[in-house]
Design a protein around this ligand. Sequence first.
Ligand code: 1GP
Length: 249
Amino acid sequence: MKVIDKLFQAKETKGAGYFVLIDPDKQDIQKAVQMAKKCEQAEVDALLVGGSLLFAHYFDELIQAIKAEVSLPVIIFPGSTRQISPFADAILFISLISGRNPDKLIGEQVTAAPIIKSMGLEAISTAYMFIESGNMTTALFISDTRAIPREKPDIAIAHVLAAEYLGMRIAYLEAGSGAKNSVPDELISALMKYTTIPLIVGGGIRTPEDARNKVLAGASFIVTGNVLEKNNDPKIIKAFADAVHIKKS
Ligand code: 1GP
């Protein structure tokens, strides 16, 4: 089964899916593997691996090490074309549609596509949208674009509809890692009135309650990164998973 179908199946059976982001710059291989094991036990649905920058030189090795220990889907969430690996199960094939930087819209994709093909990696077409979050996040700065104002749902709606009509499979609403404010629940529910594209929501989600509210507002998948880098007690991971899996609890 393709990874995207596994993700949609998780959404169908559990109400929504929970992804944990592993940033190779924040965790060495050993820590990443430990985190991955805890995530598997806590019924996380997939691991995302990537980051806005890449200081670490062990991207491939980290993915290989995780794959050797857990059976969760490992999906690359690339900050750039340097983050592609044949050892992953899939890659979010991202176009930064909230911005007008041609490199992030189509340039890097053209560079990456032949490599992805030659690796036989599953590419998941993803409309990536920055939502203004109260601070300048690394991802936003590096992308050299502006975020969509959080109080202007119409702008977000127009973008997500464009993504749907372009045939993209998933839209990712990104407040940015370490965002002061996560994506507003009201914005998620406003988008859900207009689009059938499943929404991934991430950035600045620090509590299971916040995660659950986003699912109740219509998010299909929730991503957390920072919060578990600070404390990866299995009980916290499970609390997030339970909060997101609204059909199970
Ligand atoms: C995933 O970038 C986020 O979209 C992760 O954000 O680190 O703030 O959880 P946090």
